[in-house]
Ligand binder design. Structure first.
Ligand SMILES: Cc1cc2nc3c(=O)[nH]c(=O)nc-3n(C[C@H](O)[C@H](O)[C@H](O)COP(=O)(O)O)c2cc1C
Length: 182
């Protein structure tokens, strides 16, 4: 696809076909390409965790517990079943730094990687959803993915699979976001 069409057509996917789950090899290749992102001082702070059934299930249960506390058992059960049906699970983290500016720049780099990843996969017909719900900030989430929260920060949980539905979206027109300066 032409790069402009690729960027404009990519959508966050909320509904995935239950099967097939994209091959790990496709995800590996997408990651290898996604990391060719701009990165100040070449810190290469990105780390990826491709989740198997055990860790997916642990996260589904953990999230259901959080939902249960706020919205009750029925809502938790619905959420658990919805999450269990999501085919692909990938976590992207960013190595932490004591320096606030480096931390911000490294997070920015990881976001570039995330967009690259979504575009490469979209070009292969695979949709993604970048999620930053409360569950990813819990200590239990870090335990499940075996990440030390002092050295890595979760940038997002990325769900992926073949889209069952592609939502519509829009953006503000150019004249609302662009200012020409003399
Ligand atoms: C940092 C970040 C966090 C996001 N977290 C969520 C989320 O928790 N839940 C969700 O439904 N979408 C989430 N999204 C996706 C946005 O809702 C989506 O990108 C936006 O609606 C624009 O739609 P599009 O991606 O199809 O253009 C997130 C996107 C970003 C960049």
């Amino acid at each position: 696809m032409d790069i402009k069409d690729l960027i404009k057509s990519r959508r966050t996917i909320h509904q995935f076909k239950p099967e097939p789950e994209p091959d790990d090899a496709v995800i590996h290749s997408a990651i290898e390409h996604a990391v060719w992102a701009p990165n100040h001082y070449m810190t290469q702070p990105w780390r990826f965790y491709l989740l198997g059934d055990k860790s997916k299930n642990q996260i589904c249960l953990l999230n259901a517990e959080l939902v249960n506390e706020k919205q009750g058992e029925r809502a938790a059960e619905i959420k658990f079943n919805r999450w269990q049906a999501i085919p692909g699970w990938l976590v992207l983290t960013c190595r932490t730094s004591d320096d606030e500016i480096t931390m911000g720049e490294d997070y920015a780099s990881c976001c570039c990687v995330a967009q690259n990843l979504m575009l490469v996969l979209w070009n292969a017909g695979i949709g993604m959803k970048w999620t930053t719900g409360a569950v990813i900030r819990t200590p239990a989430f870090y335990d499940i993915i075996k990440v030390n929260s002092e050295t890595e920060e979760v940038v997002g949980l990325f769900w992926y699979g073949f889209p069952a539905e592609i939502p519509a979206a829009d953006r503000k027109p150019l004249d609302q976001v662009l200012t020409h300066l003399p």
